[in-house]
Ligand binder design. Structure first.
Ligand code: ADP
Ligand code: MG
Ligand code: MG
Length: 867
């Protein structure tokens, strides 16, 4: 098999072998974009290397041959003047793992080639700068010398000779630094290798090994990436951004990764190399600054961005270098972005004709929609601001300050919410970032490590807040006169770039235009409708605002719990006979009429399914213990006789197994006056709304039917009561049932004779199919069942396809055998779960009914199911 591909031979289709970086470079070269020459060693060689622990002969020879081709292609020679070839040796896995693995730049530089570079460029400063970079990168990544030793050496040299960082040093100092770096090697009993091929092969091995570094493993674990893939190695001709004022290095996104706005977003550093931008060493300039400083390169960059977007049909993240005014592209990949930017970009690309409706829908995941519904800090709390930095990743997080990733990991295990505060973050902080809720850094720009990782994790971040001072060793954050320590609570708002002391008031997002627009696109492809479970007029309004096409479940009992009603409800329950009961029901009637009127009004003709009373009556009474306690010292206005009567009723109603007890239609049949009152209220509300000019779409639903005769009897009661209110039959309504008892699925054909619609109550259906009590099972054993692999997931979250799903399928088939057009939906919690929604689509349901907040996600899931 082929072990090495010259850049341009491969392309994105070989990403598993070439890695993302190699495939992207190949693709760009094939497009004729300015990419330096080079070659890629495949990921298969990484696996082979890690297995044997050494490079095999065959590969070594092939690398030498590839270097020969590279020399020919560039007209340069590796290890010799007059035009020395220098290369970068770069990692690059099939799945993006930004900054997790190693790269060595300027390989091929030694005493001899350095002099040749001086002769060639006339720039000794540049040559020395490249040399000290190689010595440092090689020393740390290949030989494992601690980075601090190079940092300390740099400080030492600088202290004796003026300015502090290497990029500001004069010639002699730089020369001294290179010699000092040689000392660092010698202190470890090592020598910087002068042989360029030794440099090359050692670097290749180091890149292979970096696949298994702690931080790379951690990243893979957190992101669920397969450990077996391995990294490719890219050997690329060096181009130099550190050749003076007309040279630079930078990173650019083709659109704004935070807002999605269609403009370049990026940063560059003049006279710099490689990772200086990402590492946040100097604060970079906005990429638009290039327009004035290096107009030719800028024009080429804009054009390259445009071509890459059209080629990949996505927002791209691009690394580039300008060498003496000439642009080179060094990497491209699909850019990471905040959820709200993702939505904006998807919508824009749809309008630009770059992607189809189906692609647009499939590009957006439920997590994106959830991520956009970020809260924001309410206005008027400026007094609590402790600093202002770059708004690097949107959202608000409050937590206790921690200064190190290790502490974050430790404290998060105690369930604490944390804000990681650092001078800047590095790849070593990924675990700590995963353990924190938000981030605040002193240094770095919009493409700094902290910013990129935060966006990928969907967590709020404020970076580059230069006004603060982070002493992470001493554990102190100084900001606007405050001194904060570990455990102090702060809030970061990554949408505005501010941080606050303590907790602050937040509001839900108001910016909904993009979501609404996108969800309309979704609706245009879905077959399954999304309805809402809503129990109060407020919830109905929210459901409608979120785009519900109907109310799939209005639970009337929730209305019984209101402060003004519970007393009447209790009196009704404690009634001695049905006559007394009716008198209290008469008092409840007008309250229910006004609830239902509000429902029908808000939904303006969309279907509203009202479920008749479902829970066992004892749920409306206080606990036995509570009554006993109150009996020992009745409060003002409370009579002991009343309390005793209540206690008696509670004892009467007591059941061993209330969920399988006297509830639902069983209650409706035995105490028919309750359902009669509710039907009366529905009819009156419908007539009232109709007289206002809205034709209500009424559906009355009976809970817990398991036998067709239950449905038969209740259908008669409902029809009789309704027509007593509406003798002329002005209101058209449906009578249907919940399908939530397993038996109902099995005799659905008979039930359908008396039902106009079905609605699967998957909560009860799951409970009764498994025989798991929902309120007890979750905490007691379901989690352990999942850990042990007995259950794949929690069946109360996502429909159990094999059992509950099978019953549903039977129910649908039998029901529609009797009535071909039977309307069928689902109204359990599962109605908001994307996997369950897909299943509902497959078995041909008409709608899913979800809680109002889940509706946006459900609309997306319904559309994705249809594609
Ligand atoms: P990472 O995966 O960490 O981004 P890269 O392999 O992309 O690592 O390289 C790190 C930095 O070095 C990047 O800024 C990149 O643009 C720069 N770089 C890599 N190869 C070259 C090269 N041949 N010439 C100039 N700069 C390079
Ligand atoms: Mg890179
Ligand atoms: Mg139920």
């Amino acid at each position: 098999e082929k072990r090495i591909y010259d850049l341009g031979e491969g392309g994105m289709h070989l990403v598993h072998l070439l890695g993302g970086k190699g495939a992207g470079l190949a693709e760009m070269r094939r497009m004729g974009l300015p990419v330096p020459a080079g070659f890629t060693i495949t990921t298969a060689e990484c696996t082979r290397y890690l297995k044997h622990g050494r490079l095999d002969e065959g590969l070594v020879n092939e690398v030498r041959e590839a270097m020969g081709r590279l020399e020919a292609a560039t007209g340069k020679s590796f290890g010799r003047g007059p035009r020395p070839l220098l290369v970068s040796v770069r990692s690059g896995a099939p799945v993006s793992m930004p900054g997790m693995m190693d790269t060595v730049l300027n390989v091929g530089l030694n005493e001899e080639t350095m002099e040749a570079m001086v002769a060639l460029t006339g720039d000794r400063r540049f040559a020395l700068d490249s040399m000290r970079r190689l010595m440092q990168m090689f020393g740390t990544t290949v030989l494992g010398i601690p980075k601090e030793e190079f940092d300390r050496a740099t400080l030492r040299v600088a202290r004796n000779n003026g300015p502090g960082s290497a990029d500001m040093m004069d010639l002699d100092t730089l020369d001294g630094l290179v010699r000092e770096f040689g000392e660092v090697y010698r202190n470890h009993g090592l020598e910087f290798p002068q042989d360029p091929y030794r440099q090359l092969f050692m670097s290749i091995e180091a890149v292979f090994r970096s696949w298994n570094s702690d931080r790379a493993r951690a990243y893979r674990e957190i992101n669920g990436i397969d450990d077996g893939m391995g990294t490719a190695v890219n050997v690329v001709e060096m181009v130099f951004g550190n050749m003076g004022e007309d040279s630079a290095t930078g990173v650019v996104f083709t659109r704004d990764p935070n807002t999605g706005e269609k403009r370049l977003s990026g940063e560059y550093l003049v006279n710099a190399q490689g990772e200086d931008v990402v590492a946040g060493i100097r604060t970079p300039e906005n990429v638009y600054g290039m327009e004035r400083r290096m107009p030719g390169a800028f024009r080429d960059l804009v054009e390259a961005c445009d071509r890459l977007e059209r080629h990949y049909r996505d927002m791209m993240d691009i690394e580039f270098t300008v060498e003496r005014g000439r642009l080179y592209l060094l990497q491209t990949r699909v850019g990471k972005r905040a959820p709200r930017a993702h939505l904006r970009i998807t919508l824009d690309m749809l309008k630009e004709g770059l992607i189809s409706v189906e692609e647009a829908v499939m590009r957006v995941e439920p997590e994106h929609i959830e991520g956009i519904m970020h809260p924001r800090v309410e206005d008027g709390q400026d007094g609590s601001v402790i600093c202002s930095g770059l708004a690097a990743s949107p959202g608000v997080a409050t937590g206790e300050i921690v200064f190190s990733s290790d502490r974050a990991i430790e404290l998060s295990k105690q369930g604490r919410r944390l804000i990681l505060v650092r001078p800047e973050t590095t790849a070593d902080d990924v675990r700590g970032m995963a353990a924190s809720a938000g981030f605040l850094t002193q240094k770095g720009g919009m493409t700094s490590h902290a910013a990129v990782v935060a966006r990928a994790m969907g967590k709020p971040a404020v970076v580059g807040a230069e006004e603060i001072e982070v002493d992470h060793i001493g554990g102190v954050l100084r900001a606007r006169g405050l001194t904060l320590r570990e455990g102090d609570v702060v809030t970061v708002d990554g949408t505005t770039g501010r941080a606050y002391i303590g907790e602050v008031r937040v509001t839900e997002v108001a910016e909904r235009d993009d979501i609404d627009e996108f969800l309309r696109v979704c609706d245009s492809v879905s077959r399954l409708q999304v309805w809402a479970n809503a129990n109060t007029p407020e919830e109905v309004a929210l459901a409608k605002r979120n785009g519900a096409k109907g109310i799939g479940l209005a639970r009337t009992e929730r209305m019984f719990l209101g402060n003004d009603r519970i007393g009447v409800v209790r009196a009704m329950i404690m009634s001695r006979d049905s006559e007394e009961r009716r008198s209290y029901l008469d008092r409840l009637l007008p309250m229910q009429v006004s609830d239902f009127t509000e429902f029908f009004r808000t939904m303006e003709g969309m279907p509203v399914i009202i479920r008749l009373l479902d829970p066992p009556l004892h749920e409306f009474l206080p606990e036995k213990e509570e009554i006993l306690e109150r009996l020992s010292g009745p409060a003002d206005g409370e009579s002991a006789a009343e309390l005793k009567k209540m206690l008696e009723t509670v004892r009467d109603l007591e059941e061993f197994n209330p969920m399988l007890g006297f509830r639902g239609c069983r209650l409706g049949i035995i105490h028919r006056e309750i359902y009669e009152m509710q039907v009366r209220a529905i009819a009156r509300a419908a007539l009232r709304v109709r007289s206002e000019g809205i034709e209500p779409n009424v559906e009355i639903m009976v809970p817990l039917v398991g036998h067709e005769n239950e449905m038969k009897e209740l259908r008669e009661i409902i029809m009789k009561t309704f027509s007593s209110e509406d003798p002329e039959g002005r209101i058209r309504y449906k009578i249907g049932t919940m399908i939530e008892v397993p038996r109902a699925c099995l005799v659905a054909d008979r039930i359908a004779e008396f039902a106009d619609f079905f609605s699967f109550g998957t909560n009860d259906l799951t409970q009764m199919t498994f025989g798991y009590s929902r309120d007890d099972a979750e905490g007691k054993f379901i989690r352990q069942y999942i850990e042990r692999g007995i259950l794949r997931h929690d069946p109360f979250t996502s429909i159990d396809l094999d059992g509950v799903g099978r019953l549903m399928k039977i129910g649908v088939e039998l029901g529609r055998k009797t009535k071909r057009d039977l309307e069928i939906g689902i109204c359990g919690e599962h109605g908001g779960d994307p996997e369950s929604i897909e299943f509902c689509h497959t078995i041909g349901l008409d709608y899913v009914s979800a809680s109002p907040r889940r509706i946006p996600v459900a609309r997306l899931a319904a559309a994705r199911a249809a594609i």
